[in-house]
Write a protein that binds this ligand. Sequence first.
Ligand code: ASP
Length: 309
Amino acid sequence: MMTIAIAVHGGAGTIRKADITPEKEAALQAGLAAALEAGHAILREGGSALDAVTAAVVALENDPLFNAGRGAVFTLDGTNELEAAIMDGPTQVAGTVTGVKTVKNPVKLARRVMEATPHVTLGFAAADAFAREQGLECVEPDYYFTETRWQALELERSRLAAGGVREDAPEDRKHGTVGAVALDEAGRLAAATSTGGQTAKWAGRIGDTPIIGAGTWADANCAVSCTGHGESFIRAAAAHDIAARMAYGGQSASEAAACLVHETLVRLHGSGGVILVDRAGRVSMPFNSEGMYRAMVDGEGNREVSIYR
Ligand code: ASP
């Protein structure tokens, strides 16, 4: 039997059991489990890691509970600007999109950028236009409207108007993002990430998700997807830092991920976490926030769906 493995995340932040109703907790776990299964089923049937991470991320983008696609957070202006990335480990080719406003599944658009353009990143109106040209499903901006995200924006606007500083926003108001990493039976790794970004971000702000090496990375040794305070992840070159620790520093995947999350990011005041799979199918999911929505099936068949520390 060849080794296959997959992990997904649905964001990190101040996620406390006391703040989540049992019904919501069950819905979040069901969403994670469904995304995990969407990807794992592809791997079990001999499909590619790229197809598996795409399917897992599409499932999370379509679930309004997660901050990506349908459930994306709002910018300060009350708009939605979505971002996504995908990367193929063996070839290190990648595609990313930012500032997307009308695409149902930004991860599919990132994949088209990877496969059908000479570029890595497309942004804003040109990215939406490319989606239409490629025949991807497009939506009206109100597709992304959810009451919870709108209320989070209103709360954040009031807090900022009362003199609050952006850095002090409650973690649960700042964060969210979804991602997947996978190893297929041919030994190929892939990573994908998708997000609405941060609540009340400036229109035009670009986070870590669509920056290759910051929020997303895959090579021959590991696949990484990040979630958390994007500015810190960019300044840490977070996802690539893990790969470099493994390649040049000789660290194991779990050591490398733990150093990045618990040392480097802490020093840069970057709350959040990562999911990672290595070429042996070992999965790590460290985070330095109170919780991270996460799920995995590793190379030995161990399965986990969890939320809290
Ligand atoms: N990293 C995302 C961003 O900064 C948000 C998150 O993952 O919570 O846009």
